[in-house]
Design a protein around this ligand. Structure first.
Ligand code: CXF
Ligand code: ZN
Length: 366
């Protein structure tokens, strides 16, 4: 079949809307009609050439839609099911999957980086040439053909825009607070970056009973938004931020600090804002190959813990439905996260708005 997709042909050039060919789902695969795709910074890393994927590629890894058809042997979903897409499909059986870490699945890691499906071929092509897809998905298209492991069925009574956000920002942020960092009631939390992921870390920390929850951002428009999402304090990021965090934490630094932006310098600053014995959780993706200087001399003497958090340590099949139940019960404010909607052919504008930091989350609606 033919469909419209936003294709990135070369780094540092705009997405181009093309009519491409899509093959039907093979054994174990699912055809999903996309309803909504989130505008996330990780797609922009590919545009900038900071995250190495083969080109031409269809980006987009935060999406939701309705299952239209299934290939042979698919048992986990059926046509008509609503689904949130999982950008980190897992085999369920490898060393990491058996140890409850599907976000590190060693079968799918090379597959997802290849931009192809597990059989080493692509389902999408343009003029007979294969088009790669980001993390086995490629949500900036009217349809996707994906492994059934990447298609998580969800309740049908939630807006698919909200369901899309659960596929990246919500899982990455809420999961980082509740699962990776295991924030406890009464612990102090500082979150660097109050964008799509940072606001979700704040909501996760609030659900855990953290207090205070201090949001830090360089964009003054985020100060009030952060408090609406559960921050008890918001700080405009400047030279005095660390002093302010210390004042709010009895001079020690925060029990938990999260870096959600993915900047080397900010990871180093976030380390300084963490109290001795506290935990720094790195959530934002810095460019591959970059080096953050976290001083061993201080880590040893202060017993600070540094943790990476990938996909919020979630189990997508278990947690996507939980997050959507929490949303339905008013515990997660997800409608408020969607600040602007775009058509697929407005995708370049959507990324410009993301870069100015004016929107919490932009969404492409189909
Ligand atoms: C990323 C992680 C690397 C693959 C794409 C998604 N996470 C959040 O944006
Ligand atoms: Zn993302």
């Amino acid at each position: 079949m033919k469909m419209k997709a936003a294709v990135l042909t070369e780094t540092n050039t705009p997405f181009r809307i093309e009519t491409v060919d899509l093959q039907p789902p093979q054994a174990g695969e699912v055809l999903v009609k996309m309803a909504a795709s989130g505008v996330c910074h990780s797609d922009w890393h590919i545009v900038e050439g900071l995250s190495y994927y083969p080109l031409p590629i269809i980006c987009g890894h935060e999406g939701a839609g309705i299952v239209e058809a299934v290939g042979e042997g698919v048992t986990s979903v059926k046509p008509g099911d609503h689904a949130t897409l999982n950008f980190r499909a897992n085999c369920g059986d490898c060393f990491y999957c058996q140890r409850g870490k599907p976000n590190l699945c060693e079968v799918y890691t090379p597959v997802l980086r290849s931009g192809l499906q597990i059989d080493g071929t692509s389902r999408v092509s343009l003029n007979g040439e294969p088009i790669f897809v980001m993390t086995g998905l490629g949500c900036f298209a009217e349809y996707v053909v994906i492994p059934q492991e990447a298609c998580v069925p969800i309740r049908p009574d939630v807006p698919l825009e909200v369901a899309a956000l659960v596929g990246c920002a919500v899982s990455t942020g809420v999961g980082a607070a509740i699962y990776t960092a295991d924030v406890r009631p009464g612990e102090s939390v500082a979150v660097y970056g109050a964008g799509g992921v940072g606001l979700n870390i704040i909501m996760g920390a609030a659900m855990c009973g953290a207090d205070p929850i201090i949001a830090v951002d360089t964009n003054s428009s985020k100060m009030e938004i952060a408090r609406e999402f559960g921050a008890t304090h918001s700080l405009y990021s400047d030279d005095t931020t660390i002093d302010e965090i210390q004042k709010l934490t009895a001079g020690r630094g925060a029990d938990h600090v999260f870096e959600s932006v993915g900047l080397v310098a900010l990871q180093e600053t976030a380390f300084a804002a963490t109290r001795p014995g506290g935990t720094l959780t790195l959530v934002g993706l810095t460019p591959l190959g970059s080096g953050t200087n976290l001083p061993g001399s201080v880590i040893t003497r202060t017993e600070k813990v540094i943790r990476g958090s990938f996909y919020g340590s979630v189990l997508p099949q278990r947690d996507f439905p939980i997050f959507l139940d929490l949303y339905r019960n008013g515990k997660l404010k997800l409608d408020e996260l969607v600040t602007r909607r775009y058509r697929l052919d407005e995708i370049n504008e959507a990324y410009q708005d993301m870069l100015t930091g004016e929107v919490a989350r932009g969404i492409i609606v189909f």
